[in-house]
Design a protein around this ligand. Sequence first.
Ligand SMILES: NC(=O)c1ccc[n+]([C@@H]2O[C@H](COP(=O)([O-])OP(=O)(O)OC[C@H]3O[C@@H](n4cnc5c(N)ncnc54)[C@H](O)[C@@H]3O)[C@@H](O)[C@H]2O)c1
Length: 248
Amino acid sequence: MEMADRSVIVTGGASGIGRATALLLAREGARVFVGDVNEEAGRAMAEEARGAGRNIAFHRLELTDPASVAAFAGAVHAAVPCLDGLVNAAGWDRIQPFMENAPEMWDRVIAINLMGGVRLARLVLEPMIAANRGKIVNVASDAGRVGSMGETVYAAAKGGIIAFTKSLAREMARHRINVNCVSPGPTDTPLFQAQPERMQAALIRAIPFRRVAAPEEIGQAIMFFLSARSDYITGQVLSVSGGLTMVD
Ligand SMILES: NC(=O)c1ccc[n+]([C@@H]2O[C@H](COP(=O)([O-])OP(=O)(O)OC[C@H]3O[C@@H](n4cnc5c(N)ncnc54)[C@H](O)[C@@H]3O)[C@@H](O)[C@H]2O)c1
């Protein structure tokens, strides 16, 4: 099993890409800590997975609240003093033209998609640096690489997490910690399904593979960056988009 003996946090693990990733990692032998604001769905998925013999624990996490992020990291570190991996998969957006956005919405988008991952990384890095090992995978979005109508500030936050990934990768290389980004294209999750049908259909027509990704297909790329297969890769952004985006 590819992830045997590895302990990994997955944020946003109650739904969509985070959920599929947590289940995939656990199936491959990892001990997984899921953090999510959706307690009901998070606890249910962890319970169901444990019933199937998987090692998944759930802890509540509200990424917009620094005290909750600290409590979450504290709970995980009480169980495992040093993690092998952190997957920042939680995200949130509301599709809307920029000129109609309420400024409070900008704050929320940036707090969840950018600052949440930044704060959690700061907390898990301390023991990783002491142990001289660790892998961080940030889930960005191709919106942050090539732009996306109706997702203007979300794209800015995702572009921010991409730049954060690259700079952090440079700082952490001396500690043998890899920091990479998986950048999904349209993926079949509740976040995607919340888009107007007209927009979903237009996206599918534009994708060379003519379908959106299954959440587990994003999870496979995340697992690659957590595994020994990517030990010599850091600061990179991998689009998983069925060919929709082809960025140099
Ligand atoms: N679905 C897509 O088409 C797509 C495309 C590109 C990027 N992404 C990115 O992939 C990641 C996963 O998205 P998804 O499509 O699986 O979405 P999703 O809505 O299915 O899951 C997101 C999870 O994040 C959690 N979350 C939201 N706000 C939170 C907060 N404040 N604190 C803690 N948890 C919170 C939600 O409860 C949910 O469980 C996100 O970062 C998203 O931006 C998704």
